[in-house]
Design a protein around this ligand. Structure first.
Ligand SMILES: NC(=O)c1ccc[n+]([C@@H]2O[C@H](COP(=O)([O-])OP(=O)(O)OC[C@H]3O[C@@H](n4cnc5c(N)ncnc54)[C@H](O)[C@@H]3O)[C@@H](O)[C@H]2O)c1
Length: 423
């Protein structure tokens, strides 16, 4: 049994507080709005775990859940979870036409809640932030308020109405923190289920939380476009969805989610560009496929900029332009697009198309900035000339003595990719 304080008893915080108490923890809840400090404030939508019943019906008078002041909460808790709102303006909620202007969430309620908590805390505590934030926010805005208190960023992957089921049976438990060693928040959350625990850096946890939602948005948006195109072309969208859902090797699974170059090959880019034409000619109103291709190109432009930036004064060498290992095919290859874009910019770049070209293209083993465009084994496991820089979007090049390896987006960590193998 752990004594847990929950600050912010809204749509998420109140069911979380109830669920923790149902698991035998001693929970104290506090909300600046007194009307939220009651089990009666629980939405009737919230279901009991794993069943059709209401979560509220599981609440008995003996439940170890009380509501109190922030001071009492701090006095009576071993750790505190903060689940206050991080709102957007109404113009950014998706219920009005999308404005040109974009904005971050409003963190004032979160910072006020953390500031109030720190002000009344008479000893160092562990504070778990549940509220959704953009990556970088906790370090920039929250950590400076914390002094000696330890912070854990612990977003919840729950859907409204299913908070209990999602808390007691999550796909995973995500803990973001700087420190290692025991963590009360981590033990409490991990103890609610047998789900795998990912204990990662704060920014990684922040990013995972928001991209999780984005993956869902991407699936929904593609499905919407399928429906639209079916309507316009005489296809049956329901049948398309049924068939696509059966594609559990490439579409409904982990394939294609990983570090690497942009999507490529003889099928994908050209199909997207043709579909972009179809969407334009059928008056669909938006151009998802054109937008995918623009994002693909922007990513390759970004890779090119990192290549030039990280190279410094070293000569540029692009290793591999095939769209995937084991072939010399460059049709639709994003590595070839990188070569094209660099050449259009006037950059001097030596392009080694395939590993068979290594001996003829790279005459001298002088230090250079090597960019791994295609992860052929001969490109990845090389005796890099001392003083070289290796730029690796695939996260496959091992560190080597006298050489600087940049795994783009890995921030010093080692991760393995599996995003390749397009069509
Ligand atoms: N609702 C969900 O299912 C869900 C799921 C995942 C993540 N989230 C994230 O969790 C956070 C909370 O979401 P929500 O839907 O519960 O919001 P909400 O608006 O329903 O609840 C927030 C609660 O915090 C209280 N609060 C604000 N400032 C406070 C303070 N200084 N001290 C004490 N209480 C304070 C408010 O009075 C309110 O009751 C958001 O960042 C949201 O994005 C929500």
């Amino acid at each position: 049994m752990t004594r847990i304080g929950v600050v912010g008893l809204g749509k998420l915080g109140l069911p979380v507080a109830i669920c923790l108490a149902l698991r035998g923890h001693q929970v104290i809840g506090y909300d600046k709005d007194p009307s939220r400090m009651s089990v009666a404030a629980l939405s009737p939508l919230e279901r009991a775990p794993g069943g059709p019943g209401r979560l509220a019906d599981l609440v008995e008078p003996s439940l170890p859940l009380t509501f109190s002041s922030l001071e009492d909460l701090v006095r009576g808790s071993d750790c505190v979870l903060v689940a206050v709102e991080t709102p957007h303006s109404a113009a950014h909620e998706g219920i009005t036409p999308l404005p040109d202007a974009r904005a971050d969430f409003d963190y004032r309620p979160l910072l006020k809640a953390v500031g109030d908590l720190v002000a009344v805390a008479d000893r160092p505590m562990e504070i778990g932030i549940i509220s959704t934030v953009l990556p970088g926010t906790v370090r920039r805005l929250v950590l400076p308020l914390l002094g000696d208190h330890r912070l854990v960023y612990c977003p919840q992957f729950v859907a409204m109405g299913q908070v209990a089921s999602d808390l007691f049976g999550p796909e995973f438990v995500l803990i973001g923190r700087d420190q290692t060693g025991p963590s009360v928040v981590s033990e409490v959350l991990a103890g609610l289920s047998d789900a795998p625990v990912f204990d990662v850096g704060i920014e990684t946890a922040e990013l995972t939380k928001v991209v999780y939602n984005t993956f869902v948005s991407a699936k929904v948006t593609i499905s919407n476009v399928v429906q639209q195109m079916a309507h316009e072309t005489g296809a049956d969208a329901g049948d398309v969805f049924r068939i696509v859902r059966a594609a559990d090797r490439r579409l409904m699974g982990p394939a294609y989610i990983g570090p690497g170059m942009a999507d490529g090959g003889p099928c994908h880019p050209r199909d997207n560009i043709a579909l972009s034409w179809l969407m334009r000619t059928t008056g669909a109103g938006a151009d998802l496929f054109g937008d995918l291709m623009r994002s693909r190109q922007a990513y390759v432009e970004w890779l090119g900029a990192r290549f030039v930036e990280l190279a410094g004064s070293l000569p540029l060498v692009l290793l591999g332009t095939a769209y995937k290992p084991g072939t010399d095919l460059r049709t639709g290859s994003s590595a070839q697009l990188l070569a094209t874009l660099l050449q259009l910019q006037g950059a001097q770049v030596t392009v080694v198309h395939t590993s068979a070209d290594l001996a003829t293209t790279l005459a001298a083993e002088e230090p250079a900035a090597f960019f791994v465009g295609c992860p052929e084994p001969e490109f990845v496991r090389r005796n890099w000339p001392e003083g070289s820089v290796v730029i690796d979007p695939w996260h496959v090049v091992e560190p080597a003595e006298g050489v600087t390896v940049h795994r783009l987006g890995a921030n010093g960590k080692s991760t393995q990719g599996d995003a390749s193998d397009p069509c």
